[in-house]
Ligand binder design. Sequence first.
Ligand code: URA
Length: 198
Amino acid sequence: VFGAELLVNREKKMTELDLYRKSIEQCTKCALSQTRKHFVFGDGSPDADILFVGEAPGAVEDETGIPFVGRAGKLLDKALHHIGLDRDSIFITNVLKCRPPGNRDPLPDEIALCEPYLHRQIELLNPRVIVALGRIAARTLLRLPSDTSLTSMRKQSFEYHGVPLCVFYHPAAILRNAGREGEYFQDFEKLKETYLKD
Ligand code: URA
């Protein structure tokens, strides 16, 4: 009975998320809707324990409609595999659902218009832990001032409405600075030890 209940729950969440996606994927609230190829909602398992939140789709994500499938995504996959996870055991999305031209930083107005989608996704997914990838995701979810450094955030524990929130380097930052790859993998190991024991 327990297993059947879990399945029903999973189906329910999947349907709710899917309906939510359909209700927002034609969004035209900001100018990025005019240049995007795809609205990138998110990907993964609706009953995932861990939710990863990145910054915004890049070129490959815009092309495919799937988050983190370019070079940064490959590095993220490697780190997930390192702790025995894959895309089907997590959920992943971004602060912005549409690509900023030339991958520039998201503008404050774009974040303000788009972030309600992220908050609703978190409500529907109800994860056990949230991982903010990089400073944009961390600052948006934690409502921290725009000059808060990632280094200071990485060392602290946070909560998002009662859900533990960890701040990791963005995988694109590791691609730019390979010397940090060891630290990056250690963050994933710690995540596993802390939240994935059972
Ligand atoms: N970088 C992000 O922050 N998100 C993606 O989906 C791809 C690259």
